[in-house]
Design a protein around this ligand. Sequence first.
Ligand code: PSV
Ligand code: MN
Ligand code: MN
Length: 391
Amino acid sequence: MIDLSDLKAVKEALRAQRIETPSWAFGNSGTRFKVFAQRGVPRSPEEKIADAATVHRFTGIAPSVALHIPWDRVDDYGALTRYAKDLGVEIGAINTNVFQDDDYKLGSVTNPDPGIRRKATDHLLEAISIMDATGSRDLKLWFSDGLNYPGQDDLRDRQDRLAEALREAYDRLGDHQRILLEYKLFEPAFYATDVPDWGTSYAHCVELGPKATVCIDTGHHAPGTNIEFIVAFLLRQGKLGAFDFNSRFYADDDLMAGAADPFQLFRIMYEIVRADALDPSHGINFMLDQCHNIEAKIPAVIRSVLNVQEATAKALLVDRDALRAAQRAGDVLGANAVLMDAFNTDVRPLLAELRTEDGLDPDPVAAYHRSGYQQRIEAERADGQQAGWGA
Ligand code: PSV
Ligand code: MN
Ligand code: MN
C-alpha cells in the first residue's frame, strides 16, 4: 500500500498540471447518423470560451481553450483574446480545418491539383496569422488526406506535396510558435492515409526542424497499439509536442478521456512523469479532443479533466526507486507490482484535499450542477445551434 500521508511533492506537481479543453467539445456533435441537439449549447466562439472558462473555474487546471478554424472564426481575434482573458482563460492551440470543403475531396495539401493545394496551404498560413493575434504557440495540423483505392494517386508524390506545404507553414512560424502534426490511421480515407502514424509524423517533423513536434491523439491507432511506447519513444527524441486525449472502444470514438481504459491513461501519464515532462515548462500541450454526443457537455469535459488528473496522480505515486530496483534485479513480478500498486491506489481523497486547500470545491462535477450555470445557459441560449462538428 502506498503511504498517502506526506505527499507535498505530488501535490505540487498536480498544482502545476495544465489541461487544454477543445472549443468544439461544447457544441452539438454526433455521428454521421444523427446529431442530437442539446439545450444551452454555445452559439458563438465567445460562448464556447465562456463554457471552457467554467470548466476551469471548477477544476482549476484547465486555463486554456483550443480553437478550430473556421468553426471559431471571428472578425477580431485580439478582442476574442481579451474576452477570454477577462474570463480567466487563454486561447491555446489553433486547429486548422482542411477537411470540410468540397475542394478537398481528393485531398488538401496533397491534392493533385496545385490550385487546391494553394488554397489549403493558405489556410494554414491564415491560422498562423490568427496565432499572432491570439498569442497562441501551437498550430495543430491534422490532414484528412488519403486514398480510398489503390492506384488512385501516387503515394510518394503525395508525401512530396505534404512536405512542401509543411515547409511553407513552418517557415512562416514566429520564434515562439510551433507545429503540432497529428496522425490518424484511417478515416475518412480507407485505403491509405497520408499521415497515418507517428513514424510518418515524426519523420516530417525531423525534416522540418525543432519547431515541429508530434501530436498523439489517443483515439487514432489500431486496436492494441501500445501508445505509452510511442510516448516514451517520442519523449526520448524530444519530439512529443502534444496530446489529443479522448478514449475509444472501436475507432476514433472521441469519448471522454479515461472512460474506456483508465489503465492505459495511467500508463501514458507514467511515461510523462518518468520523463519529468508534466510541468508546462517542458512544452507538452495536454489537450482534450472529444465530442459529447449524448451526455451533457460541460460536466463531461469536467469529468475528462478530472480523469486525466486522477491518472496523473496515480502516475506520480509510482515508487520510482522501488520500480528501478526491481527492474535492475530482473524481478518481473515485483516491478509489475510496484506499478499496479500505484494504479490501484484510490487518489480521490487526495485530490479532494488538494482542491479544498486551493479553495476549490472537492467535487467539481457536483459543484457545477449546484452552480446554476447550466440552467442559465439553457435560458439564455434558447436558440442554440450547431457548433463544431455539427456545423
Ligand atoms: C481528427 O479525427 C481529429 O482528431 C483532429 O484533431 C481534428 O482536428 C479533430 O478530430 C476535430 O475533432
Ligand atoms: Mn484529434
Ligand atoms: Mn480524431
